[in-house]
Design a protein around this ligand. Structure first.
Ligand SMILES: [Mn+2]
Length: 439
């Protein structure tokens, strides 16, 4: 017999990949892992019949000829099926996987890979290429996988192809209301309750310029759906990274759930320290032992020791800044800005202390009032926002946005040492995107 399998503890992206995979391999039998991930439980129960998975234990004694694996390339995540291939096995294994960071150690396998936000995208692209038509239930299941693995299309691992596949799935009749039910995971009362408990306990830390949220929540026993709670907190608070340690008294174990919004904080690396895994931006680790408070302080300490400093003003500012003297006339300032092709500049006094900002807008006000000979200090803006060389990229974005300023002088002892414009700020994000793509 030929089988289609996914990683153990199947999630929605895994199930989405298999449901589409069945169109590529119609005579293969889909097999359910021993465990279904809690976030996928709802979807699985509702589509049990449609999915028609057999249990992995039903395979014992059967001779397996070929196997297709979805959403993993690591032996440790498909152990339950590999154990069934007894003796000298000569079948084929084909892998469809989007995890480029994982250990690739399944013997004699052909890997079909594509580093999209979701594995479902990789499989869907094959169907699109072959002009295969799918039904609306498959489209709904697949689209749920796509939403889940891309954090509702906001994780930075997302690629244009993920959007392309989403469009195709919608055209194939995916039901977005159902998708919403499956991915909007805080649907249990106890989850909402725990969500508020987490919010009450979060600690905001600045670790070398990275905004990090930490939380320790001891619970009587393990419950499902904790990752969804972390996801929600992450969405609302929007830090650079989030780490929640859930302690389980009854099981004498703990779970670290983490999310990151920056390439500088690679969670699959950090979580591997505690035997966990996942993506660079979403990862978890299960830890044995009932000392979750010790685990929490170890984790905090580890982050302080290992996190790289975040981008700061010093790294993105323009260092040679054109300043305008407050006693110059508006006309002089206007000619000067035109010459250096800037839309504004910091204004300084005789001692080179920062006293204001003048922009083309201020100059045009003076022009309308026929005051081109008035001194700059009478038209400049004195309501100043400044930062220092250590201000983080995140805080710079906040200042530019909240105060609606286009020029942010970087000062030391009231002297201008640099200037950051909106363009400089946006440029940083574009740079990050380019380096994402090169992965
Ligand atoms: Mn996946």
């Amino acid at each position: 017999m030929n089988i289609l399998v996914g990683h153990t503890n199947m999630d929605m992206d895994c199930i989405g990949s298999i449901v589409l995979g069945k169109y590529l391999y119609p005579d293969y039998q889909a097999v359910k892992s021993r465990l279904i991930h809690p976030v996928a439980q709802n979807l699985y129960s509702l589509y049990k019949k449609r999915l028609n998975f057999i249990q992995s234990k039903e395979l014992s004694g059967k001779i397996i000829d070929n196997m297709v694996v979805f959403d993993t390339r690591s032996q440790s995540r498909v152990k339950e099926y590999l154990e069934l291939l007894q003796g000298p096995w000569s079948g084929n294994i084909i892998i469809y996987d989007h995890h480029h960071e994982d250990t690739s150690d399944i013997n004699n396998a052909t890997i079909i890979e594509g580093f999209y936000g979701a594995n479902t995208t990789l499989v869907a692209l094959e169907l699109i290429k072959k002009n295969i038509v799918i039904d609306s239930e498959a489209a709904t299941i697949a689209l749920s996988g796509l939403f889940a693995d891309t954090g509702n299309f906001t994780h930075t691992n997302i690629k244009p192809e993920d959007f392309h596949v989403a469009e195709w799935l919608m055209s194939s009749g995916a039901n977005i209301k159902l998708v919403r039910e499956f991915v909007n995971a805080l649907n249990q009362d106890y989850q909402i309750n725990l969500f508020h408990q987490v919010l009450n306990r979060i600690q905001y830390k600045n670790i070398h310029g990275n905004s990090v949220i930490l939380c320790h929540l001891p619970l009587k026993e393990q419950v499902n759906g904790l990752a969804a709670i972390a996801e929600k907190v992450f969405e609302i608070e929007n830090p650079d990274a989030l780490f929640i340690v859930f302690g389980f008294q009854k099981e004498k174990s703990a779970l670290i759930v983490s999310r990151s919004n920056t390439e500088a904080i690679n969670l699959s690396q950090i979580m591997s320290h505690w035997g966990g895994g996942g993506h660079a931006q979403a990862s978890a680790a299960s830890v044995k032992g009932d000392h979750s408070d010790k685990l929490f302080s170890d984790l905090s300490q580890f982050l302080v020791e290992t996190l790289a400093p975040a981008l700061r003003a010093e790294e993105i500012m323009t260092k040679s800044v054109y300043c305008i003297n407050e006693n110059w006339s508006i006309l002089e300032a206007s000619l000067f800005l035109e010459k250096v092709a800037h839309t504004g500049a910091p204004v300084t006094d005789q001692e080179e202390n920062l006293t204001g900002i003048i922009t083309l807008r201020d100059i045009s006000k003076a022009r309308k009032a026929s005051q081109m000979n008035a001194p700059v200090k009478s038209y400049m803006s004195r309501k100043l926002q400044t930062c220092n060389i250590n201000t983080s990229l995140k805080d710079i974005g906040r200042i530019l946005g909240v105060y609606n300023v286009g020029h942010l002088p970087v000062t030391r002892n009231n002297k201008v040492v640099g200037l950051i414009t909106r363009t400089d700020y946006l440029h940083q994000w574009n740079n990050q995107y380019v380096s994402d793509k090169s992965l």
